[in-house]
Ligand binder design. Structure first.
Ligand code: AKB
Length: 340
């Protein structure tokens, strides 16, 4: 009995899950199987072949999915983000690391059963960086993938370790076993900056101040920003993040010089986000009251990153700069969203 050929998206209900499932529905060339702890958002109904409500820590569930679906690509989006992970670091480790190992094992099983490599797209993060102080952050405005890999959060540690796990599963898995087929996993990771969506508001992230600010202003709600106005990190409009994942999925494996890629689009200060937000939504009530603990996390993240490797290997090129993100993406869609 043949199994359905499919793409698996974990964290299907998340911010990136929404964007990716909508994009695959527009393409129409892949059957998507969603997996999430929660039932699928009604806005996504009809856009996936099947949605499984379950836990990536449930190995038996993943075994059953292997028997039902022929999975050739996995987008493993499920994770506990940086702020939320700091309140439950051991739970975050279980979800972010053991969950990823469970999916990597699923990929090796799938590869053995259908005989092809399984592409494993993994959203890593700027949280994998740990700059020691603000002067070093200023002295190194665009870090490369190999610089300052000293994360200060459980989430950043998890993401950095999973990048190394991806390399191991792609090249050295069960390396002492005589019969293990080394082809299994084709691991491809992107270190995402903060992401801004017009359609969803994030929770549990430390870069969330930008999207939270914008969505509050659009609803005419006051917003108190939890970082200083001079705080600078990299951001990207969600459509560019989704395009990057799909572009990396489609890239010729022989063109890839690495398993891990920086990407970026713009790197404003929180104050510049507030100015742009106020121009977009006149009368926005935005104040700044830094939360020292969350500020300490963002202060270890780089001002921006060097994305030369992604541009060279798979022609990454974001469509939306800072101004376009507001004028062409956020304002039209967010105004429509909150008019409803
Ligand atoms: C977070 O803030 O934790 C995430 C991230 C930058 O990876 N949005």
């Amino acid at each position: 009995m043949s199994r359905q050929r499919a793409v698996l998206v974990t964290g299907a209900n998340g911010e990136m899950g929404h964007g990716l499932i909508n994009r695959f529905a527009e393409r129409g060339d892949y059957r998507v199987v969603g997996l999430d702890l929660r039932p699928l958002d009604p806005k996504l109904h009809g856009l996936v072949e099947t949605h499984v409500v379950g836990d990536i820590l449930d190995a038996r569930l993943l075994e059953r999915m292997v028997s039902e679906f022929e999975i050739h690509t996995i987008f493993h989006l499920a994770a506990l983000l940086s702020t939320r992970a700091e309140f439950s670091p051991e739970v975050a480790h279980d979800v972010n690391v053991q969950g990823t190992i469970n999916l990597l094992r699923m990929a090796t099983q799938q590869s053995k059963s259908h005989g092809e490599r399984v592409k494993f797209l993994f959203p890593s993060s700027i949280a994998t960086y740990g700059l020691p102080d603000l002067q070093t952050k200023l002295d190194h405005p665009r870090v490369t993938e190999e610089q300052f890999n000293l994360p200060t959060t459980m989430y950043g540690c998890n993401k950095l370790y999973c990048e190394h796990l991806g390399h191991y599963y792609s090249h050295h898995y069960k390396q002492l076993s005589v019969d293990e087929d080394k082809k299994g996993v084709d691991f491809r990771a992107i270190r995402f900056p903060g992401l801004i969506s017009a359609f969803t508001v994030p929770h549990g992230g430390t870069s969330d101040f930008a999207p939270e600010m914008i969505h509050a202003a659009a609803q005419r709600r006051p917003y108190t920003c939890f970082v200083r106005a001079d705080t600078r990190i990299s951001f990207m409009a969600m459509p560019d993040a989704i395009d990057a994942l799909i572009q990396l999925m489609d890239a010729d494996r022989n063109a890839l010089s690495s398993h891990v890629y920086n990407i970026t689009a713009f790197a404003p200060t929180a104050g510049e986000v507030a100015e742009m937000t106020t121009r977009a939504f006149p009368g926005a009530d935005i104040s700044f009251e830094p939360d020292a603990r969350r500020q300490a996390i963002v202060d270890t993240w780089p001002n921006d990153v060097d994305d030369t490797r992604a541009r060279n290997d798979w022609r990454f090129s974001p469509h939306y700069d800072f101004a376009m993100t507001f004028h062409d993406y956020l304002i039209p869609h967010i105004k429509a969203r909150y008019r409803q």
